[in-house]
Design a protein around this ligand. Structure first.
Ligand SMILES: NC(=O)c1ccc[n+]([C@@H]2O[C@H](COP(=O)([O-])OP(=O)(O)OC[C@H]3O[C@@H](n4cnc5c(N)ncnc54)[C@H](O)[C@@H]3O)[C@@H](O)[C@H]2O)c1
Ligand SMILES: [Zn+2]
Length: 350
């Protein structure tokens, strides 16, 4: 068992525990007799619901259809209605069992219900364990914009169990690896570990081994900058390009777009004084996880969409958080034209 904590100065402390057998021992123990309301998606509930009910005995449950398309205000309000109908009290606990979608919607419901109740995150995807369950960002998509409506609400506890990966489709593993490679681009020890294990990145034993290090890395960033005033922006590495392609294309998983974004932004950094040898190694890591590169939307379209990114400070400029040297990132601002030129140049080399 490994344990970390995130303290948002004077606001909240969140405990993160990597532990096997969460459904049978850790969860009932963590509840300590408090009433639990479980929120999950239909797929995860189909796989693990019986075990949850066996472990918790009686309890209220609400499920949503699986997938990002349902990360909506409607899903949020139907969860809030179910919580109200169950007579959930301020001292009760909302348990979110699922991937990042369940965690984000459930986390927001916990932030809103009676102005904030305790939430326990039980992340079941690799992405949710290493990224979305840690840090207290919660949201739903609104008006066609991802995560437009949300709140910061640190979970009281995160219970991460690698046993959930046994049922995870290969594609979801690759998705989580996208964020893990992003962490490696920011943390030299993680980079060394991934590079040394490039042949077995999808092995369940290896994943179980690196999850705690990834959680510790993200928890440390959040501990130092919970509200994304500065340092936490490093976690946007590769994401400007990733989001542009994700919005335009949408056929791959978020993590796969993060791998593409990290690859392309590593090339951009190499052309602007970054450590070329290291950045080539980082790109090789992205390729090792991604496999063959998909064909990408036109550079002009990607540049146009990237200009609309909420990270941008000035019109017609694109802000990128790029890998630069081993364990080091830089913020770079390019004009839309420069960025489009880079996407075209790099696109021809893929
Ligand atoms: N809050 C944050 O800081 C943060 C950070 C990164 C991503 N996110 C959000 O996370 C979401 C993506 O999360 P995700 O990748 O976990 O997607 P997801 O929640 O949609 O889960 C992916 C799929 O895997 C299934 N699944 C989950 N666990 C499973 C298991 N153990 N076995 C088999 N199938 C399983 C789900 O039912 C779903 O179909 C996005 O909405 C993104 O915006 C949030
Ligand atoms: Zn991401």
């Amino acid at each position: 068992m490994k344990s970390f904590s995130v303290t948002e100065k004077g606001v909240y402390t969140s405990r993160i525990v990597c532990r096997r057998n969460v459904l049978h021992s850790a969860l009932p123990q963590a509840l300590g007799g408090r009433k639990a309301f479980v929120f999950s998606d239909e797929r995860v509930w189909g796989l693990y619901g019986k075990r949850v009910l066996r472990a918790l005995g009686e309890g209220n449950v609400h499920t949503m259809p699986a997938g990002e398309a349902h990360k909506t205000p409607e899903t949020l309000f139907s969860l809030l209605a179910a919580m109200a109908q169950a007579g959930m009290h301020r001292s009760d606990v909302l348990v979110c069992l699922g991937g990042g979608v369940v965690g984000d919607v459930g986390g927001l419901a916990a932030a809103l219900y009676m102005r904030g109740i305790a939430c326990i995150q039980v992340p079941t995807t690799l992405l949710a364990q290493v990224d979305s369950s840690v840090g207290g960002k919660t949201a739903v998509d609104f008006c066609g914009i991802k995560n437009l409506v949300g709140a910061f609400h640190q979970p009281a506890l995160v219970l991460a169990d690698p046993a959930f990966f046994k049922t995870l489709p290969a594609r979801e593993v690759r998705c989580g690896l996208g964020e893990i490679v992003k962490h490696a681009a920011l943390s030299a020890p993680l980079f060394d570990k991934l590079e040394a294990n490039a042949e077995r990145l999808t092995d369940l034993a290896f994943l179980a081994d690196i999850v705690p290090e990834n959680i510790a890395f993200k928890a440390d960033v959040v501990r130092r900058d919970a509200r994304e005033a500065g340092l936490r922006k490093c976690l946007n590495l590769g994401h400007t390009t990733a989001h542009a392609y994700e919005l335009l294309d949408g056929t791959l998983s978020h993590g796969e777009y993060v791998l593409i974004g990290t690859y392309i932004e590593a090339e951009i950094a190499a052309a602007r004084g970054g450590d070329a040898e290291y950045l080539a190694r980082l790109r090789a890591l992205c390729r090792a996880v991604l496999g063959t590169f998909p064909s990408l939307p036109a550079a002009a379209d990607a540049a146009r969409v990237a200009c609309l990114d909420k990270k941008n400070t000035r019109q017609g400029r694109v802000v990128l958080t790029v890998p630069f040297r081993r364990g080091e990132f830089r913020l770079m601002e390019l004009s839309a034209g420069e960025y489009e030129g880079e996407l075209s140049r790099i696109g021809r080399t893929l």
